[in-house]
Design a protein around this ligand. Structure first.
Ligand code: SAH
Length: 328
């Protein structure tokens, strides 16, 4: 919602000063579908506001459900579409947020990159995803692992997290951000949000392989990324997560896994998340060696886990978010 417009509208109507706070609270509560539903306001005022501008800048175009996962297709005020996913664990709900419409990074395995880059989401649009999920489910945790690269939209990400912390009261330790490796922002993030969990999409442990599947490696070379990772943990003293999806004959050889294990063990704060590959059109094939690799990592006492995959039936798993047309 445009708070400046709201404020001037309320002033022009000679509304009492407390009205702004009353409406702000109603907006962030996520309990109201539109202006007409905010029944603590007079019907006249609700109808007037409804005719002037929408309560939310985003609208929920569609909600899809599969076991343990929901996906919302959001529509923006400028008629663009993007997605957000809610995952239901036994003890809590986690929402996976988008930060961009599309993505400029074009990783070989990810559907979002294949749709190209449309634009950054505003801080308001990032926060509204949470508010609109709260309209349907309790939201306990957040991961910035939806469409886009959060660190290429850093100032809006920062503003959104500040609002999420202070107004929506979701604490930093319940938030995770994942980056493909935008080195300068990793340092900035350690300074700005040392309590938020950070994950780096690693996916390859040598420069030439990573370059083939993640073009961003050209601009931010792997050795510099790994150095920055060390820096990050010495600055924050927090665990740092490395995501590694196993792709057939690309990054799953015994040498690759041995180097990966050695790297993760090089610092007690490094932690490995193996990610099962989700199928995307023209993407890469999943490795068939998961079991051997899990055994090897276990025998070598590497700190790791295999990520539980959600929502493949509704194309809402990692790397599958890509829809632009309003069709799911
Ligand atoms: N741009 C950020 C945020 C996206 S997070 C980043 O790259 O980290 C989405 C996660 O899903 C990333 O770890 C990404 O590498 C992973 N991913 C992308 N495509 C995938 C696929 N087909 N299967 C499994 N994981 C995938």
């Amino acid at each position: 919602m445009d708070f400046n417009l709201l404020s001037s509208t309320l002033e022009s109507l000679n509304q009492p000063k407390y009205r702004l706070k009353q409406i702000t609270d109603a907006y962030y509560s996520g309990h109201f579908k539109d202006w007409l539903a905010v029944t603590s306001l007079s019907l006249d005022l609700r109808q007037y506001l409804q005719s002037q501008f929408p309560l939310y800048s985003l609208s929920v175009e569609k909600t899809l459900t599969s076991s343990g996962t929901q996906k919302i297709l959001f529509k923006t005020a400028d008629d663009q579409y993007f997605e957000s996913v809610l995952m239901q664990y036994p003890e809590w709900n986690t929402v996976c947020l988008s930060t961009q419409i599309g993505c400029p990074l074009n990783c070989a395995f990810c559907a979002t990159g294949k749709m190209g880059f449309k634009r950054n989401l505003t801080a308001e649009e990032i926060v509204e995803q949470v508010i609109l999920w709260k309209n349907q489910f309790p939201v306990d945790r957040l991961v910035f692992m939806g469409m886009g690269e959060p660190f290429l939209n850093y100032s809006n990400l920062k503003l959104a997290i500040e609002t999420i912390n202070t107004v929506l009261k979701i604490g930093s330790r319940k938030i995770s951000v994942s980056t493909a490796g935008i080195i300068p922002q990793i340092k900035q993030f350690a300074l700005d949000f040392p309590q938020i969990n950070l994950a780096i999409s690693l996916h390859a442990i040598n420069q030439s392989t990573r370059l083939k599947i993640m073009p961003i490696t050209q601009q931010y070379p792997l050795n510099e990324l790994l150095d920055q990772a060390k820096n990050y943990v010495s600055l924050t003293r927090r665990q740092l997560f490395f995501e590694y999806a196993l792709f057939e004959d690309i990054n799953d050889s015994p040498q690759d896994i041995a180097s990966l294990a050695k790297f993760i063990k090089s610092n007690y704060l490094f932690y490995l998340n193996l990610i099962p590959v989700n199928q995307v059109p023209n993407g890469l094939k999943a490795s068939t060696k998961l079991t051997q690799i899990v055994n090897y990592l276990t025998q070598n006492q590497v700190d790791f886990s295999v990520r539980q995959s959600f929502g493949q039936e509704i194309n809402s798993a990692c790397g599958q978010l890509a829809y632009t047309t309003g069709k799911i």
